[in-house]
Design a protein around this ligand. Structure first.
Ligand SMILES: C[S@@+](CC[C@H](N)C(=O)[O-])C[C@H]1O[C@@H](n2cnc3c(N)ncnc32)[C@H](O)[C@@H]1O
Length: 390
């Protein structure tokens, strides 16, 4: 079997690299980047590889030539990361390095299209106007001719932004098994259908996706549409997040705009099931509005709208910190949401067995004291969280 240096040598020689992502940092206590991506760019007629280093709060870039790229890719794999996904013109390579240093290279058919690199190229989205997509046509977002319906342009943008956020999760999903995903509070399921289209039809994953919602009518609508589209591994069920216990070894839990504490229920299920990836876009965070007290914050809290926004931010801060306490690498990102505010936030979390949680635990307890709150999320999680807090 090929080793890593031979593989890198070959990829660079053939100038076939399209995209690569390095993840799963080995030494989490070291203050360094936590993900690196590579893409090809042309700068002043010269082909370079653009390395993007993602730190907690910022991103840095380096444009490297072929020799520098070989050296840097080797260093990233030998020193920093446990895995890499490299998309080339001819194949996709998934490299996994065990704790003992054993290397596994899985080679699969290519999933990304090769295009000539250009530094100033127009941004390529996952879904593009002019490229017909059956689910977009069925949902009335695209016409039969592949044009985006004018009034649905925002929805189209939201779906693309969502898929962009999902695409970063790919290194956490094992292509050799069936990926189990639950979408809590799926509603009319634009984003659930988009997820299926992306993972199954574009990326070639085997999946079992369930969309759950309280509403009978939306479940009927979505089930019929899944059947019509022949999305065989996507099913919809009517039910409450709290009572849903069908999945055990779930890989990814999604909860987009589920109201108020339904997000807490979704996060609790995800963590208690050991989901590797969690995507949550909270909505209508009313819980803290009546609960928070803080004498020093009266200048903000005496104004209703400001207090409401503050309460939402506090709720989501609590959620993100709780995920960190439970061992997840957690990010808070901007998402596009049309129904409530022009933009809102997504909590994206990856399970990485983070053992360095004492600092977050201490900060979380002090934060609760400062605002005099016991958030509902603690009740939703139950013992898995409260045992850590006590
Ligand atoms: C605003 S819609 C969002 C739909 C979709 N996720 C999206 O982002 O486009 C929220 C959905 O969550 C569902 N929902 C709220 N609480 C729920 C619960 N406890 N269990 C299941 N579904 C719930 C509602 O019925 C509604 O369809």
């Amino acid at each position: 079997m090929q080793n890593i240096s031979e593989l890198i040598e070959e990829i660079i020689k053939q100038e076939s690299i399209i995209y690569a992502v390095f993840s799963g940092i080995r030494n989490k206590s070291e203050k360094t980047f936590n993900k690196v991506t590579i893409k090809k760019v042309t700068i002043q007629n010269e082909i370079k590889h653009q390395f993007e280093y993602f730190y907690d709060k910022n991103v840095e870039h380096k444009n490297l030539d072929n020799d520098e790229t070989k050296a840097e890719m080797s260093t990233l794999l030998e020193t920093y990361f446990k895995q890499a996904l490299i998309n080339t013109k001819d194949s996709d390579y998934h490299i996994l390095i065990s704790k003992k240093g054993e290397v596994k290279i899985n080679k699969k058919a290519p999933t990304k299209k090769f295009e000539e690199a250009s530094h100033n190229r127009k941004k390529k989205y996952i879904l593009n106007e002019g490229e017909k997509s059956a689910f977009l046509i069925e949902l009335g977002i695209m016409t039969e001719q592949g044009k985006i319906v004018n009034s649905k342009y925002d929805k189209f943008k939201q779906i693309n932004r969502y898929l962009e956020l999902v695409s970063d999760c790919i290194p956490y999903l094992d292509k050799d098994k069936t990926i189990k995903i639950i979408d809590f509070g799926c509603g009319k399921a634009y984003l659930t259908f988009a997820l299926y289209d992306y993972l199954v039809l574009k990326m070639g994953y085997n999946v079992e996706i369930v969309g759950l919602d309280l509403k009978e009518n939306v479940i009927k609508f979505c089930s019929n549409l899944a059947k019509k589209l022949n999305y065989d591994d996507l099913r919809f069920e009517q039910g409450d997040i709290k009572g849903f216990n069908q999945f055990g070894d779930v890989d990814m839990v999604i909860s987009l705009h589920a109201c108020n504490t339904a997000t807490d229920e979704a996060l609790a299920k995800a963590v208690n099931w050991g989901a590797k990836v969690i995507l949550a876009v909270p909505c209508c965070q009313h819980e803290f509005l009546k609960k928070i007290k803080n004498e020093k914050m009266i200048p903000m809290m005496k104004f209703g709208i400001i207090k409401e926004k503050l309460a939402s931010l506090l709720t989501d801060s609590v959620r993100a910190n709780v995920l960190e306490i439970m061992g997840y690498r957690t990010q808070v990102l901007e998402f596009i949401d049309m129904e409530h505010t022009p933009k809102n936030i997504m909590i994206r979390a990856f399970f990485e067995e983070n053992t360095n949680i004492n600092k977050v635990l201490k900060e979380y307890k002090e934060f609760k004291n400062e605002w005099q709150i016991t958030p509902y999320i603690e009740e939703a999680f139950g013992k898995s969280l409260t045992n850590k807090l006590n």
